[in-house]
Design a protein around this ligand. Structure first.
Ligand code: 5GP
Length: 116
């Protein structure tokens, strides 16, 4: 699948509907279609990055914006104090299924550790 055709690119272009939570010049955030927590938001960069493996020094601002957005949404949506989890699955062993970098922002319940 080419970068232009991946699922999350289509969501960002509006070709596949999504429940948008936030958008700016760097990132797009939307609700996961199969939530694993009461809040399950995906935050993706607009830059064409397949996974964390693609990141270089030039992507430092983009990468930082993923975390800044997670922290901002946690405050805005009211779960910053109770706690939340950010996950970036990378590659087959981590269970990455969509080849576009994405951060899972999970909240609304307690999470176990170590991760399964
Ligand atoms: P991964 O397993 O790659 O870390 O996460 C991919 C996520 O994308 C999964 O949590 C999955 O539920 C979500 N997802 C897959 N297809 C769609 C879709 O069409 N719309 C939305 N909103 N989420 C999707």
């Amino acid at each position: 699948m080419s970068q232009n055709d991946n699922l999350f690119k289509k969501i960002m272009r509006g070709e596949i509907p999504s429940s948008k939570v936030y958008e700016d010049d760097y990132v797009y955030a939307f609700n996961d279609i199969s939530p694993t927590a009461p809040t399950h938001i995906l935050i993706i960069p607009k830059a064409p990055l397949d996974s964390l493996n693609e990141l270089t020094e030039d992507d430092a601002v983009t990468a930082g914006r993923l975390l800044v957005t997670a922290a901002k949404l946690a405050k805005q949506l009211g779960f910053a104090q109770d706690g939340y989890r950010c996950v970036i699955n990378t590659g087959a062993n981590a269970g990455q299924t969509v080849p576009h970098l994405h951060l899972h922002l999970l909240a609304g319940r307690e999470f176990g550790w170590p991760a399964g």
